[in-house]
Each structure stands twice: as structure tokens, then as C-alpha cells.
Design a protein. Sequence first.
Length: 766
Amino acid sequence: MKKFPRVMKRIMIFTLFATLFASLVVFGFGVKAANIDIKGVDIIYSNPGEDCSTQITISWHAKSRYSTLIYTLKSDPTYAFATSMLVTGIYDESSFFHYDVAKFYKCTVPLKDLDPDTEYIYKIRCDDYTSEQYTFRTAGASEFTFAYMSDIHAIPYDDLELGMTAVKKLKTVQTLLEKAEDVNDTRLSFIITTGDETWRGSQYSNWLEWSKTQFTSARKDYLWLSCPGNHEYYTQTTNSIWNYYPDKYSSNPSAIYDDPEYFYNTYFNSVKAVPKNGPEGIPSSYYTLYNNILFICIDSMQVGDYGKLNETRAWFERVMQKNEGKYQYIIVYQHYPWYDFVTGEDKYAYRWRDLFDKYGVDLALSGHMHGYLRTKTLYDGKVTTEEKKGTVYVVSPQIGDRPKVTSGDQNKNLIAYRESTKTWTDYSAISTITVTNEGLTYKLIDVDGKVRDTFTIEARRASTISESHKNSIIDSLTFSGTPDSIVCDFKSSYSLYVKNIKVEAGGKSGEVNPSEQKTGYVAAKGLANNTLYDAKVTITFIDDSTYTTSASVVTSGTFGLINNLKANVVNDKMNINWNVSDASLVDQYKIYINDELEGTSTTNSYEIDKSRVEFSTKYTLEAYKDNKLLFHKDFYYGVYGDVNLDGSINDNDVKKLIELIFAGYVFNSGAIKLLDNNNDGIVDIGDAFKILAYQNERVEHLVYNEYEVTFVGYSGNALARVKVLEGEDAVAPEAPTITGYTFVGWSVSYTNVNSNLIVRAIYEAN
Ligand SMILES: [Fe+2]
Ligand SMILES: [Fe+2]
């Protein structure tokens, strides 16, 4: 299926928050500051959003207040259909104030509504400067491989202590990424790092080192899931002072452990833009969902014997509970080692393993040790061979920097593999993890492309989907008709959860697998125009459960013809009224009560004597031109809680409702919609109490249903998501222009919204 690029030449002014520390307390300067000059734009990163299938955050530093992000699909290499965003940066002159005096405007753009499993390209322009092209791929592929690396310690000068020249280090990163792609015969989906990306986080030049794309295009080519290491906290002069307290502890570094104040990872946070969903006060810890994996990054500098271990553990549990059912695997990563590579000592695992056991963490990654260690599968601190149980703990080797050797044999029985890279070419290695629905396959790859270690973790969870998520998917399916087909619209992001969607109508059918065919709809084609059909949709979820839903839909070429359809009590009559977008298209309306023809109208309203209807009456409106059916819709009375149809809500309604409940009255779907005010799916005494509470002004709203209206492009890609309250109208975005096609309308009406809706832009070929 051809994917139509979007044209969204929207200019949006984004004023976004950057995390700044405006008033650092200065304890003194030991170092003469160097003024780092950046290009027009630099320090560009593709950061994860909370859900990487649709959310990626682009961040950069700009020289001037305004810069422009220009992004598009990779399939649009000339940027013909690019989206441009004018972004206002936040001036930051304090983050690198103590050492390198870098001053810049920090820009952060959280992109939402991206298409899953899609590669994007972007550039950033500031004044006369345009950056190189950067790229990222959103989550969504059912199988993918990512790279994991640690301890690169980028630095712009050669330091003998580091054992490898600065340029060689960058080149080694590039070699390893290329080997990783060769070995796995695939493009890597993203890079995860467990810290020490720099030698001194306070040195702006260390971060700039990664911009030397002639040596490595790592930053340019991939989404980065970064986790800070101790070096990201380090100042210029010493490696034992946290940046929040320049020089305060220079004579007694360990005293910081007793400092009750918290410290803030200024450098990491001013450079990256990770999801803001970490524990309170620790913005450098976060979680992100990448397809079927829940990644949790722990800033291990904050959770030692000091800091916020308990708060972070409590947050970890909340994250697990909140995301239950959304993931198949859990990978936790931090800088400090779970087990000490040199001695085998349990350094951090003991602080976490009860929770890792409880929630079933599959893989725990770490770094810092500059040597490779991998445990057997551990549960309760012991080796387990039980299926679907336990965690594998890994310590990554470094890239081109100070290899360590082992000296000590603690926990020998727990460790599956431990080796120094000191004798390997360039004493460097990278890891890759390949993800399928069956398991995770880990490979440790050296500079020569040799796989030094490999192991597999079998999936312990089915690739499941929660019931509530299923319901939200079912609720949002939206039917519409074209002249020769009945169409069911869905969001392209369903490719993660849905195996198959089938639509049947009039003896015709169509079906798609959303992850294989990137369409946003499925159609039963070859139907007669202006005809009412009973359409049935069957949806098969990834756990093989199926669900069928149906609707009456008319085939028609008139989109958005009737809006604001309502049944209201006016002067003892039930008044049906609606808006019509083009009255010349209609010459007759038919009104039905409970499927019986009630009467006709040539204007856009119809009155029915109130004695003939009740609150559960089903109304149907049809519109015709030259006896051809153009529109058909069933609806119900819309004043919530008004059981006795007098237009107001009071104890008479409560009385009548209680009578009906005790009489065993069967409420039809329209009545449930009208009366299930506490939204539990049934009409019962609780709803009567809610009406009473509303009448007595103890609750503000009788219903407070909020719906999501998703406007999608031709291929199901989201153009805008709009939240509206029950009965309100959504505002459509500008329909994208597609060369060779004419936009003819939106697939369904989006006024008087009373359900989640998908509204698709309809085009005709010129
Ligand atoms: Fe390190
Ligand atoms: Fe480290």
C-alpha cells in the first residue's frame, strides 16, 4: 500500500519548558571558563517519548531564540511534504556556567501522533545554518534489533589515561555499530546506553564530541535511550564532586553521602530530553515503551546508600502497575553495576531484586565496570531453572576506554560469563538485543565482528493486550460509506495489538492485517450506491481473541452531509433537528421511531408529540435525493438523566428511574447511554443517586464523558487528536494536500460527538 506523505506546512510556535537551574549557589571557582562556541544548531538528539510508537522528542541547542524543525517521512527525501515548526528556545546560560561557559537556547519538541514503525528524517534550521539530516524510527515492528553500549567517555583531546585517542574512540563506536548491523543483517532500531557517554559531563566539549559525524554518525542515525552515568555528573577538576555542589566537597568527597539535599543532574538534563515521568525530583530516571518492551532507566547516582532509593523503588512499582498489560518484556537499565565485574560482588542487585522478581524483569543492564559480566537467570539471588522466572543481569564492556581485569571470585556460581576485553582488538565491544514475540536474543559483538557471547531469554508473557485497551480499540472503530463500499476506519497504531480486521456487508468483505498493510481502513467493496447495509466488523487481537461489532451504514458519496443531529424536548414536543451542509443535495428526510416510518420532512427539523415517545425511543433519520438514500443514522434522546422527558433533571426523574429499576425494566442501549451516569455499564440505583446528587448540586456534571476524535490522513496516519466533551464539536485540522488528488471531505461527521471517532480525509484522484 502506498503511503501518502503528509503535507502539514503548519507553522507552530512552541514555547516549551526546558529544565533549568537558574540560580545555582556558587561556592567558588577553581577553573577559568572557556567559552564554547556552537554552530547555529548543535547537540541534536532524538529522545524517546513515553510511548515510542507515536512519540519521539527532538531536542537541540540553538544559537538564537528561534529555530525551525523540519521533519518528514524518510520516503520523502526532498522534504516536499515536510512539516515545519518554529520553535522558541529557552535561554540557558547557567547549566555549563562553572566550567565551559556554553550559552544556548535549549529547544525541545515532543512529537506526538507519529506513525508507528516508520522512519522519519529531520533537519533543524537556525538563522543561516541548517543542520545535517537526522533520523529515527518509531516503534511498531513485530521484530527488531537494538544496540546497547556503555562507557564511551567522549572527550575532545587525547589523554593517555584513556588509552585511546579521541578520534579513535568515535571511529570505534562507528565500527561496532556497523558490525552490529552486519552480524544481525538488519538496521538497528535504536541505541540504549548505560552511561558515561562523556568523560566530564560538565565539559560542553565532551557532548559536542558526538557531533563529529565524520567519525561516527551514531547520534545522527538513531534514537538514543540514554541513562546517565557517574561521569555525566563530573566537574572539570575532580571526579568526586557532584555538579550541584561545585567544590563544596573537594576536600572530603565522601561527605556528600551525608548531605540531606538532593542533587540534580544539570548536564545530562540540559543536553537530553528524556520523558518526564520519573520519580519526583529525579528527571534523569524515566520509563519508555518501545513496542512490546517496557524500558526503565534508573539514574543510579540517585539510588545508592544515599539519595532516593526508596522513592525510586516506589516509583518503579507505580510504573509497573500503570503499564500492566502493555508490555511483553521488561528491561531495566542503569549505570552502576548489578554485580562487580572485577570481584563478582553484589553491588546493586540486592537493592532491587525483590522488585525485579515480583514484576518479572527479564533483563537488567548496567555499565561502569569496563568489563563484561553476565549472570545466569537469578531469582531471589539464586540461580533458577524454573521457566518464566528470574532475571539476567548484565554489565556491559566499554568502548575504547580503560579495560579492567578480574581479581576476585565472589558469587562465582551465579555468573554465567565474565571476561576482560583487555586482549580484544581495541578492547571494545557492543551488544545487540533482538526482540521477537518468542524471546530476546542477546549478542556481544567485538570490533572484528565476532560474537563473543550470546544467550536467549524466552518470553514469559504472551504478547498480550489488556481488556480496557481492547475496549478502547473497539470503541474507536468508525464506519463510513463511499459510493461503492462500506469502510471501517482504525488507527494505524493498532498494528501493535490487532492481527486482523474484517468488514462484511452485502455479501462482500475485505480484511487487513494492520501490521502488514499500513492502511487506516478496511473496506467491503463492490456494493450498490445509496443503499443501507448492515455492516459487521470482526477484529482479531494479538492474543487471538476476537470481537464482532456491527452498524447500519449507507453507501454514499456525500461526506459530512448531516451534522448536529439531536432529539430535544421543546414545548411538550419531541423536536428532532439537524444541520445540513448543503441543502440542495437533499430533497426529502424520513424519520423513523423504533424502526417504523413516522413521517417525512423537507426541512431540517421534525416534531413528534411527546406522548408517542419515551426516553428509550430509538429515532432514525434518513436523507434522500431523487429517492436515493444518502444518509442514515440511529440516535436517542440526549438530555442525560431526564427519564420523564420534561427537559429538566430533578427528583421526579429519580423516582421514575427507581420505579423502573425495581420493576425489572430492561434498558436498551439508548437508555443505558442516557442513564448510566456513573459509567459502569449498567443502569442501577447508583445512577439514580447520581441524578439526586446532581439535582442537589453535589456533583457538577451528570455526565462528564470525554471522547477522542482522531483525524487521520488517507493511510490512517494521525493528523490530529482532539479531546471533546460529550455533545461538543471537534475542530478538524487542515486536510493535507496530495498531488494528483482532491480532498472531498471527512469520512464522518464530528459535531455533537458522543463516542470516540476516527475521521478520515477522503480524496478522489484527479
Ligand atoms: Fe566508565
Ligand atoms: Fe562509570
